[in-house]
Design a protein around this ligand. Structure first.
Ligand code: FAD
Length: 683
């Protein structure tokens, strides 16, 4: 049949329309559809407003995260906003964008900022440029901006929530309008989750009012399109720490099969543990010394840095999780972000089994908020009601879930009486469960004496559950314990949990773990004659072992070496958990009078409990004298009890010794901190 003129006209119009449409959406889709991780960089623009416009976003959530917690809250908040109010939310890491265009942000778009505080009131590492932008804001530069602010911090630190307070100041100067209250999450009090929940409820009420939002029942809107694949090929990740490690990419090995760097948080190095041993003398607790070989990797560290260790989950936990949500570990899937502002959370395509083992934080305490978001998938009306009640009742949630140390799988199985929750979509689990984060350890070797190996000292997290059942365990430390047992030919039968030590495609065999070095500000003074006061009970002694080994090496290799006094306060329960007990006398011999170790024991039989801060007070004259000589003071270990106790003891010592008021002494300690003469490495 021939085509008449009318048909041709219609066809022409159609082609034109399609071309116009293609220009906008289809072209974008075609461009992006094969990308694994679509980030701001991929779309070519770092201009925040441009990217929002390109993706039709009408709400902006920004986060600056150090360990992933702020990111986690920002994502939860974004998801809930989208699910309840049908907003088109863009959730972005401040690291990936430029913010000049915020000055032109339409005033009906609200910005919600989530920020963690790191070190002495500082911004997270990735927020350097964002901080510069804020610093340079002139008065009245952001009158168009309405924002909310939630900071994550720890009130046991001197500069509590410092980063979010700085943001508040800058935004006030720029005359942006704060919606609701400045939210403060306090990890020190262990209330971050509840702080967030009450802040969020209040903020949502105000937002509803100000943005005229209508609320509907929460409905999960996936950010990704999930595609199932049939076969595992070289592109499918089986839990590799980054896409570089996939056989298809071969970016991380050279022709001699040696890993090529540079290695950092985005590209960890697979370092073999070449030596490891148990440091505890009695069986009831465990602390593992591990030595990672980084020779040939070009990884450099300096004494006092941290090592990030990338763990994977334990077999027992994986099995329970897969059971609870009726998941098939062999399912192969890919994730396609639905717009270009969304990043794939981990290397894909991958398998459910690999994601659960290597990428998702399936254990650990659960928040009332994320638990509540499961309501929409409850397997029965009865369970739904139970869950709704629990999610709404802080106290009952504590009694029934938190105080029993339930993780997600425990909690859902508890609610359903052991029946599977097959109704929860896998996409939802991926998007609502935090991603497995590296754990940090204060390096306990010295870069002067051990250039090619990095030592860590890790307390194995395992405690009886007062509510009964198996011990409550930590991920990374039990993995290190398993490796310790395997390397030393011990039986692993009695260990709490077990791991696949071979890793994806046997990449970890030879007891390798993915690691990266994180620079820290916890550093020795450059002049070895500067006296040091070091306070590090328990594993807090880790960096001081590094400090002392550094001084030993210095003395061994320097003629007429002169050292200032190195006074180390150490604390343990008794002699069984006295870490590196046989090493200290060796160091003392090498360093002579320059090194002195003062030990406090808190659980020696028939003796009074003594803590490091008591010893500090006992030695107040020496402490004062050393401080007068310009000593540097270092505190490492438990942020909650110990670091605060030491801080208070020091204020006392200065007040008494210098006959000044406690207020003045407090000011003085603060001065020591701001000038870097009082450094903390606490967690
Ligand atoms: P995680 O899996 O992270 O668990 C954390 C805690 O939660 C554990 O106590 C675990 O038992 C508990 N838990 C598990 N499940 C639940 C549940 N359902 N409900 C409630 N609680 C639960 N540690 C050291 O030992 N040595 C160091 O030198 C050291 N240096 C550090 C330096 C820095 C800068 C930082 C930030 C931390 C440091 N840490 C150090 C702590 C370390 O990073 C880890 O946090 C710690 O080892 C626990 O890791 P994990 O993976 O074993 O436990």
């Amino acid at each position: 049949a021939g085509m008449d003129n009318t048909d041709l006209a219609v066809l022409c119009a159609l082609i034109l329309a399609v071309a116009a449409y293609m220009k906008k959406d289809i072209i974008k889709e075609l461009l992006f559809s094969n990308d694994d991780a679509i980030t701001a960089d991929d779309s070519g623009s770092r201009d925040i407003l441009q990217v929002m416009k390109d993706n039709n976003k009408n709400y902006l959530v920004l986060y600056a995260s150090q360990t992933g917690t702020a990111e986690d809250y920002a994502k939860k908040y974004s998801k809930e906003l989208a699910a309840k109010f049908s907003l088109n939310v863009m959730c972005a890491d401040v690291e990936n964008y430029d913010f000049e265009s915020l000055k032109e942000l339409p005033s009906n778009v609200v910005v919600s900022i989530f920020v963690a505080t790191y070190g002495e009131g500082e911004f997270p590492d990735g927020a350097v440029q964002f901080e510069d932008f804020l610093n340079e804001l002139s008065e009245g530069a952001l009158t168009n901006v309405r924002y909310t602010l939630f900071g994550l911090g720890n009130s046991t630190y001197e500069f509590y929530n410092g980063a979010s307070k700085k943001i508040l100041q800058h935004m006030e100067k720029a005359e942006a309008t704060l919606i609701g209250e400045h939210g403060l999450g306090d990890d020190g009090a262990g209330t971050t989750d509840e702080d967030y929940l009450s802040w969020k409820e209040n903020t949502f009420e105000i937002l509803k009012d100000q943005l005229n939002l209508s609320e509907h029942e929460q409905k999960f809107e996936p950010s990704f399109q999930l595609e199932k694949l049939e076969t595992i090929d070289e592109k499918v990740s089986l839990g590799e720490p980054s896409l570089h490690y996939l056989p298809a990419n071969k970016l991380s090995f050279n022709s001699e099969n040696v890993q090529v760097g540079p290695f950092d948080i985005n590209q960890p190095y697979l370092a073999p543990i070449i030596k490891t041993h148990e440091l505890m003398k009695s069986k009831d607790r465990s602390c593992v010394h591990s030595e990672f070989d980084v020779s040939g990797s070009n990884i450099k560290y300096t004494t006092g840095d941290h090592l990030g260790i990338w763990p994977s989950n334990a077999d027992e936990k994986i099995e329970k999780f897969l059971y609870a949500f009726n998941l098939n570990p062999d399912t192969i899937f890919d994730l396609k972000p639905l717009d270009s502002t969304i990043e794939t959370p981990f290397p894909t395509p991958t398998t459910i089994g690999a994601a659960v083992r290597h990428y998702l934080e399936i254990t650990g305490p659960i928040s009332r908020q994320s638990f509540g978001s499961l309501v929409q998938f409850a397997p029965s009306a009865k369970i739904k009601e139970k869950l709704q009640n629990l999610a709404a009742d802080k106290d009952q949630f504590h009694i029934e879930i938190t105080s029993r140390y339930f993780d997600l799988a425990d909690a859902v199985l508890h609610l359903s009486g052991g029946a599977k929750w097959e109704t929860v979509p896998w996409e939802f689990l991926i998007e609502s469960i935090a991603h497995l984060q590296p754990r940090y350890y204060s390096i306990s070797s010295s870069s002067l004496s051990e250039k090619q190996t990095i030592h860590t000292t890790a307390m194995v997290e395992s405690a009886p559950n007062p509510a009964g059942g198996p011990n409550v365990v930590g991920v990374a430390t039990n993995l290190l314990k398993n490796i310790e047992a395997e390397i030393n030919g011990k039986s692993t039968d009695s260990l709490d949990v077990h791991f696949d030590l071979r890793g994806p495609r046997a990449l970890f065999s030879g007891y390798k773990l993915p690691v990266h070095v994180r620079r820290s500000a916890f550093k020795l003074p450059s002049n070895p004659q500067t006296p040091l006061i070091m306070i590090g009970p328990g594993t807090g002694v880790a960096p001081f072992r590094g400090f002392i080994r550094e001084r030993v090496k210095y003395v061994e290799t320097t003629e007429n070496a002169k050292l200032g006094k190195h006074l180390l306060f150490y604390g343990s329960r008794n002699l069984d958990d006295f870490l590196y007990r046989e090493e200290w006398p060796v160091y003392a011999k090498k360093l002579g009078n320059a090194f002195e170790m003062v030990v406090a024991h808190s659980r020696l039989e028939k003796q009074k409990k003594v803590y490091v801060q008591d010893k500090l007070t006992e030695r107040e004259k020496d402490v004062l004298a050393l401080l007068n000589e310009g000593a540097f003071l270092y505190v490492c270990g438990d942020a909650k009890g110990m670091a605060q106790g030491v801080h208070l003891a020091l204020v006392e010592i200065l007040a008494n010794g210098k006959s000044i008021s406690k207020e003045d002494a407090t000011e003085m300690v603060k001065m020591l901190k701001t000038t870097g003469r009082y450094q903390e490495d606490v967690w």
